[in-house]
Write a protein that binds this ligand. Structure first.
Ligand code: AMP
Length: 576
């Protein structure tokens, strides 16, 4: 166990001051008391926006937005209320009602955030998607959820044009950033035109706590991505985890670098900070170390929530670059999504003068479950301790709890407010999460040390984590098979210093096709285009066959062991 090193910094927080006491005395019911309840009904959009628009915070900036081209805009809570009311009215005129699915395929534009709030106000269900998605990824999500409306841009619509005919339930496409000479198709509407003549007052739908709020699709080992569904009740977890883990307070300028296509960008890029009335900065540009430091300097960012890959890339760009910027506004840094290397934490301490607080959670858990807190020492390499109200355990395959130091499955006791409520249209998959003696099985392996800190070991399945993106090998294999040259494929995650893992594909070609550098590049491009920019295999190896079980399943474990020169383990089920 690697728990000797401890980084202890005096807390500068007025948030969580005594972890042990909070854990012991914690009650979700007590958190609920701050939420506005009307006839036992609620709405997260009221809590996040409208209540602030009616309070002393009404002229406080909710959103500082910067486009990729450097355009800056800001929106107060009152402006966000009016715009989301308008947008909700607009969507209602298109026929959107409570429970309908409205999917969003946008870059990180203000309209993305405004429509997320509007959809909640309508009682509809939002489906945010990465703008890097290709047509297959978009089709699968809209098809599975039977989405009624898609909000996108003309450029992104063009990218998915080929699959739109496969979506008979999709009634309208709302287009953002339409140029004057753009010719709208009959089923399309222009966001700007419709918003112009729409009233900025909307009677929001008051919801049951358990009514769905958003769906995010996430990868497993088999099958297409699953529609993890969350509800308004999640706000109880969102607000308190934001306060205690991200340590936000009223005078902060907070920057979450995640896109809402990933759960972190939805929960902690949008709901969490606004439930707490915090000013949030959003950048719609790509990663660039100098630009990122400039953002912190210009906007005087105080709390920064980012990911290990980004931090590793910043580290690669060196200490000298850091010195060119005034980063003195920063007071707190958090990281999530992949294991955070101790080396990165030590580097962060050296160049930013602050420890980086790792935390752990998943799309399914809906909020942070294990974290490092301002009031506790950081053990570099550890994910930290369970959030108050969360019972976390290391279990064996039968659900028995294992003692400190022993590796096992990371499991959670069901019942926290933001736990997934269903997998859209797949009850069987939902139940599988709880199949080990009633525990919620996370799919990760870990261990706990004597002080109660949790340490990540790996995934218990084949799911790949590349730069924090969760990618199912099956999705990539299936997409590869759609290329005319590919007969079979097996996909694994290969350790990588910068990205955590990269995707590697083993490909068997059809007769008449020969391996070549050109074909390799063509396949990479094919997957980038069909699936998503983050989901393409950076390495492709052509081979003549793939190891399979007697029942015909590709043995990815064996592919990986052979590739990495590791022991192959039990191969009794291997076909000849
Ligand atoms: P996602 O649902 O896409 O956010 O992916 C969740 C998965 O990311 C977890 O099951 C872990 O495998 C991984 N993950 C998230 N946070 C951490 C962390 N702090 N350390 C290690 N792995 C993490």
């Amino acid at each position: 166990m690697k728990n000797a090193e401890i980084i202890s910094k005096k807390p500068v927080t007025d948030g969580l001051l005594d972890y042990e006491r909070a854990y012991k005395e914690f009650s979700w019911e007590a958190i609920k008391k701050d939420i506005c309840i009307r006839n036992n009904k609620v709405n997260i959009a009221y809590e996040a926006i409208d209540q602030h628009a009616q309070s002393w915070r009404k002229n406080k900036v909710a959103l500082y937005w910067e486009g990729a081209d450097g355009t800056c805009q800001k929106y107060t809570f009152l402006e966000m209320k009016k715009l989301s009311d308008k947008c909700a009215n607009m969507l209602r005129t298109l026929g959107v009602r409570k429970g309908d699915r409205v999917f969003i395929f946008l870059p990180r534009l203000p309209e993305l955030y405004i429509s997320m709030i509007a959809i909640a106000k309508l009682g509809a269900i939002a489906g945010p998607m990465f703008s890097a998605f290709g047509p297959d990824a978009v089709r699968d999500r809209l098809h599975n959820s039977e989405a009624l409306v898609l909000i996108t841009t003309p450029e992104l619509k063009e990218r998915i044009e080929t699959v739109l005919w496969e979506l008979p339930k999709l009634e309208h496409i709302v287009l953002v950033n339409v140029k004057e000479d753009y010719e709208l198709e009959e089923s399309d509407v222009c966001y700007k035109t419709l918003m112009k003549d729409t009233p900025d007052k909307f009677e929001m739908e008051w919801m049951e706590w358990e009514d769905p709020l958003y769906i995010l699709y996430t990868s497993g080992t088999t099958g297409k991505p699953k529609g993890v569904t969350h509800v308004h009740n999640d706000m109880i977890s969102h607000s308190i985890t934001t306060k205690w883990v991200l340590d936000l307070r009223d005078d902060d300028v907070y920057w979450c670098t995640a896109d809402p296509g990933w759960v972190t960008g939805t929960v902690y890029g949008l709901w969490g900070p606004w439930l707490n009335g915090i000013s949030s900065y959003i950048y719609d540009g790509r990663f660039d170390a100098a630009k990122w430091y400039e953002i912190i300097q210009t906007f005087k960012v105080t709390v920064w929530y980012t990911a290990p890959t980004a931090l590793r890339m910043l580290m690669k760009d060196g200490d000298d670059l850091v010195k060119k910027y005034d980063l003195s506004s920063l007071r707190y840094i958090c990281s999530v999504g992949e294991p955070l290397n101790p080396e990165v934490i030590r580097w962060g301490l050296k160049v930013y003068g602050l420890p980086i607080h790792d935390n752990w959670w998943q799309t399914e858990t809906g909020s942070i479950m294990i974290a490092n807190y301002p009031c506790l020492p950081v053990k570099p390499g550890s994910m930290g301790k369970p959030f108050p109200g969360i019972k976390t355990a290391i279990i064996d395959g039968k659900g028995n709890e294992l003692p400190a130091g022993q590796h096992g499955l990371l499991a959670l006791k069901p019942g926290w407010p933001s736990m997934l409520r269903k997998v859209w249209g797949d009850e069987k998959r939902f139940k599988e999460y709880f199949s080990i003696n009633g525990w919620y099985a996370t799919g990760d392996t870990a261990y706990k040390d004597e002080d109660g800190y949790f340490w990540f070991v790996g995934r218990a399945d084949d799911v790949i984590n590349t730069s924090g993106h969760r990618v199912g090998p099956f999705e990539v294999e299936s997409a590869l098979l759609e290329h005319r040259a590919v007969a079979e494929s097996g996909v694994i995650g290969k350790p990588d210093a910068e990205r955590g893992e990269i995707i590697k594909a083993f490909v068997v070609l059809h007769e008449g096709f020969a391996p070549s550098k050109e074909l390799e590049e063509e396949l990479k491009k094919f997957i980038r285009h069909r699936l998503a920019a983050h989901a393409y295999p950076r390495e492709i190896e052509f081979c003549t066959n793939l190891p399979k079980t007697r029942s015909g399943k590709i043995m990815r474990r064996l592919l990986k062991a052979r590739d990495l020169g590791l022991p192959t383990g039990d191969i009794s089920t291997l076909e000849d």
